[in-house]
Write a protein that binds this ligand. Structure first.
Ligand code: SF4
Ligand code: SF4
Length: 677
């Protein structure tokens, strides 16, 4: 007994030492990054641990792979009890857990969940060997097999141990409650007691060696996620997904060289962005959902994370060594040495990757940090984006049209400008709705609907500057900050409290990002207000608008701010509108290609994203595509024209406007929007 205890202590010390050493190294590498505040919001964080980690909520959105993972994960939680039992039995063969060790239910739960792990492994093998989904392209598959193999041997030795113990008369619980282990015990019942005991010890030490070896191996493998994903989920941002982590620019720190503008090198990433690299399971769900990857661009959010992780492992040890020795280590630039420049610019910041990622990796923050350095640190960006930045700096809108023309869209509508104190609502029109001819029609429809419902509102007109969304998403945090501060000053001076925005990009920026700059307003999207107005009877759509309509979820309204129902609800109340869903809709809606300032960049590689989306819309047979975003309207309209389709792209407000009985303005637009193809 003493000898066995000594061996066990030796094994635990060795494995524990190696494990702690590796964890210490990994921890120090994360600490090389920039600090980021992820404190606070404890209830949300704990709830996420419950639903996402313990409940496997995100994974179970896809049934088969979700079930596979859940069976293995839940199985391992229960197997913690069998591991504790095995540790105790290594010293005293009769050991049982205190309090619950002899409970029949424990034996049953352990049997069932251990078998569940085997079922999970079988599903994993089926997925990887038979289904072979495209999402695994680029993942470390050999290592994944090694880990699955280790898990298999851990469970096999566990069942061997339990069966041999039952045969040897050492069962702690009633054998009637351990049907699988009892069934397997017949493999040993014909043997003599000496052999039975031999197998008890053989399986026990094999099991413990595998468990401890697995623990150590995890720290050195690319599949670190088993150790880090729960922490990563806990530290994930609790703000709406569309909110970027601000870059607090400190001029003194910049001059002293202690702060960098975004991520030039691996150590410029934040602690959370570096932890993300450990947490990636290489499952490829993000890659599968990425509109850039799916249209032939070089950007795969999974490969981006894997490449950055490889760089961290390549550079991290040298940096730490140099720091220990009081020196410095020359790290290479991430772009283009680790990440290709085309990868960085291909992102539409649609958030599909983050929506899918089971371990809450924040790809968009990382990509924007890479952009920030390129734009602010080196003035490097696609040539055509230069016009965007110049126009924003000089004219405060991406179109480069004089601000004095900002309210021209409202000509003849008698829309009031804010003069002194704002009325109940400030209608934030946005640059597209002010300057793009197609989007101006949305602004007019919204204004008319508000007037018809008697909603008191006014616009800022020439005093409204770009919200700063494209500046921030392209990486120019300075410019964003300037625009945000200017707008906040204007809005606060007018005493604005409620804002209606018809552009989801403005909506997201004003609602989620302006509070950092002192702008705290109740910001609603026009479809939310229209839903209220129709429900309360202040707007009564009575004219028939006959069409089959497919509603396209704008990323910054849907995924980024979880507003899916109001637009659909308004449309459902318009007589004659029959709705059909596109294959990718709601949380899984596909981007139109305009977000992340992509609206102002050429799409030179692969298929155009808006063409892909319009192909999908056309596959539904819809005669109308409904949108709730001026960017989506412009992009999808271009896509429809490229296809030569007669499909009409209309904002929800335009559809509702047509359904109101008002011969004067409505006569310009026919009520019958077209038929299904
Ligand atoms: S935000 Fe969208 S485009 Fe960018 S990497 Fe994620 S899925 Fe791809
Ligand atoms: S980033 Fe998330 S979704 Fe993408 S491969 Fe890694 S774990 Fe999977």
């Amino acid at each position: 007994m003493i000898a066995r205890a000594a061996v066990l202590v030796l094994m635990l010390a060795l494995a524990g030492g190696l494990f702690a050493r590796r964890i210490g190294f990994l921890f120090r590498m994360v600490r090389l990054g920039r600090p980021v505040d992820r404190s606070g919001d404890l209830p949300t964080r704990l709830a996420r641990e419950g639903s996402q980690v313990l409940g496997q909520r995100k994974l179970l959105q896809r049934l088969l792979p979700g079930l596979m993972h859940a069976l293995i994960f839940w199985g391992f939680l229960v197997l913690l009890t069998t591991i504790l039992e095995a540790l105790g039995q290594a010293v005293s063969v009769d050991f049982a857990l205190p309090l619950i060790g002899h409970a029949a239910w424990l034996g049953l739960v352990q049997d069932v969940f251990a078998a569940g792990v085997l079922v999970g492994l079988a599903i994993a093998a089926w997925i990887r060997l038979v289904q072979r989904p495209e999402r695994f392209v680029g993942s470390h598959t050999v290592e994944a097999y090694r880990i699955l193999g280790l898990i298999l041997w851990i469970v096999v030795t566990l069942f061997g141990l339990r069966a041999a113990r039952i045969a040897d008369g050492l069962a702690a619980t009633s054998t009637a409650w351990t049907p699988i282990s009892t069934g397997l015990s017949h493999l040993f019942t014909w043997m003599g007691p000496g052999w039975q005991r031999f197998f008890v010890w053989a399986f026990l030490w094999a099991h413990l060696s595998l468990v401890l070896g697995f623990l150590v191996y995890l720290g050195y493998s690319k599949h670190l996620h088993i150790l880090t994903s729960a922490v990563n989920v806990f530290l994930a941002s609790t703000r709406p997904r569309g909110t970027l982590t601000p870059l607090k620019i400190d001029m003194d720190a910049l001059e002293a060289g202690t702060q960098s503008l975004g991520a030039e090198k691996i150590t410029d990433l934040t602690h959370k962005e570096l932890l993300d690299l450990y947490a990636c399971t290489e499952c490829g769900r993000c890659q599968n959902a990425c509109p850039a990857w799916n249209t032939g661009k070089p950007l795969s959010p999974k490969l981006l994370i894997m490449d950055l992780r490889d760089d961290l492992f390549r550079e991290g040890a040298d940096i730490l060594r140099a720091l220990r020795e009081g020196g410095t280590h020359e790290t290479r630039p991430l772009v283009p040495d680790v990440i290709d420049e085309d990868v960085v610019w291909a992102c539409t910041t649609c958030g599909a990757c983050m929506q899918e990622c089971p371990v809450d990796i924040e790809h968009v923050d990382t990509i924007v940090d890479l952009r920030r350095y390129l734009v602010m640190g080196e003035s490097r960006f696609p040539a055509e984006a230069g016009a965007l930045l110049r126009n924003l700096e000089n004219q405060q809108n991406p179109w480069g049209i004089a601000q004095s023309q900002r309210a021209d869209w409202a000509e003849g509508l008698d829309v009031p400008l804010v003069d002194g104190a704002a009325p109940e609502y400030l209608y934030w029109v946005g640059c597209a709705g002010s300057f793009d001819d197609r989007a101006k029609k949305i602004s007019r429809a919204v204004a008319e609907l508000l007037q018809r419902a008697g909603v008191p509102f006014a616009i800022l007109g020439p005093r409204e500057a770009c919200s700063g969304d494209p500046a921030r998403r392209i990486g120019n945090e300075f410019l964003f900050q300037t625009l945000a501060e200017q707008n906040v000053e204007t809005l606060n001076a007018a005493g604005v409290t409620k804002v209606i925005a018809n552009c989801p990009h403005c909506f997201n920026t004003l609602r989620n990002e302006y509070p950092e700059y002192g702008g705290r307003y109740e910001v609603i999207h026009h479809t939310q207000l229209l839903e209220d107005l129709v429900r309360s009877g202040r707007l009564r759509p009575t004219e028939e608008v006959r069409t089959l309509l497919a509603y396209h979820d704008p990323c910054y309204l849907g995924r980024h701010n979880e507003i899916y129902d109001p637009p659909r609800d308004v449309l459902s109340r318009v007589p004659g509108v029959e709705q059909v869903e596109m294959p990718r809709h709601r949380e899984r809606g596909m981007c139109c290609g305009a977000g992340g300032a992509r609206m102002w960049m050429e799409e030179r590689i692969g298929k155009r994203i808006n063409d892909e989306r319009m192909d999908e819309a056309a596959s539904t047979g819809a005669g109308t595509v409904g949108v709730a975003c001026p960017y989506c309207l412009i992009m999808l309209d271009d896509g429809a024209r490229a296809r030569g389709d007669e499909v009409e792209i209309l904002d929800v407000a335009q559809v509702l406007r047509r359904a109101l009985p008002d011969p004067a303005p409505a006569a310009a637009e026919p009520a019958d929007l077209g038929q299904a193809h």
